[in-house]
Design a protein around this ligand. Structure first.
Ligand code: SF4
Length: 230
């Protein structure tokens, strides 16, 4: 049976969509794209989604984020240089979008980092609301965890992460934009599902790499090689 093709940009060596060196008035040659290219597999989706960018609010978001992206580089004679850390990128984007009230949704494990971030944002003129993951003080038993499934000894109180309430508090505060900091995998999934404000991620959580999850990939040929074992 013929194997079904599915999009696999991660395996593409052609990068026809990027088309380095192409002039603005030239068109890409789709023929050169690999058979698993989503531009070949899903032309109808590409066609039907583009009009979304014509909606006024969506176009503003798309245009200003691309403008912000461009400001994060400097084209020098010696090459393209990145110029801004993500903290600055977020500030620049929030200013462009004229967001005034920002929400920080954080893991309490990153409370001190969130405090630094909120003080920077306040200095830059934003109003900041921050909500930690344990708000509500709800024991983990409430979501069906057995005492022995907690992190701490079974007899100890252990509050659950409460991303739904975190999201709803920020919804109630009517923040313009939310910045996620260090939320656990899955808890962030729920937060994203329930938060109605537009959001971005300043940092994910990685307990062993100083919140740099890609470190495990960068070292996957050496120290984290065991990740490649089935
Ligand atoms: S969209 Fe097509 S050309 Fe671009 S990276 Fe993916 S597979 Fe390659």
């Amino acid at each position: 049976m013929e194997k079904k093709l599915y999009p696999a940009c991660d395996k593409c060596g052609k990068l026809v969509c990027v088309a380095f060196g192409l002039q603005a008035e030239e068109k890409i040659n789709l023929e050169d794209a690999p058979p698993f290219c989503p531009m070949k597999l899903h032309p109808d989706v590409i066609e039907s989604t583009l009009p979304e960018y014509d909606k006024e609010d969506i176009q503003k978001l798309a245009r200003l984020s691309s403008l912000q992206e461009a400001e994060c580089y400097e084209l020098k004679p010696e090459g393209l240089k990145p110029t801004k850390p993500r903290v600055e990128e977020i500030i620049g984007f929030a200013r462009k979008m004229e967001y005034r009230k920002l929400g920080i949704a954080m893991c309490l494990g990153l409370q001190s980092e969130a405090r630094i971030m909120s003080s920077i944002l306040e200095i830059k003129g934003f109003e900041v609301v921050s909500v930690g993951c344990k708000l509500g003080a709800v024991p983990k038993e409430r979501i069906g965890l057995k005492p022995e499934e907690k992190i701490m000894p079974a007899e100890m109180y252990e509050p659950m992460c409460n991303p739904i309430t975190q999201a709803e508090v920020l919804n109630a505060e009517e923040v313009d934009f939310v910045i996620l900091m260090g939320m656990c995998v899955g808890h962030d999934t729920l937060f994203i599902k329930y938060c109605r404000a537009p959001m971005t991620v300043l940092s994910t959580k990685d307990r062993v790499t100083g919140h740099n999850p890609l470190a495990a990939l960068y070292t996957s040929n050496t120290y984290y090689g065991f990740l490649k074992n089935p």
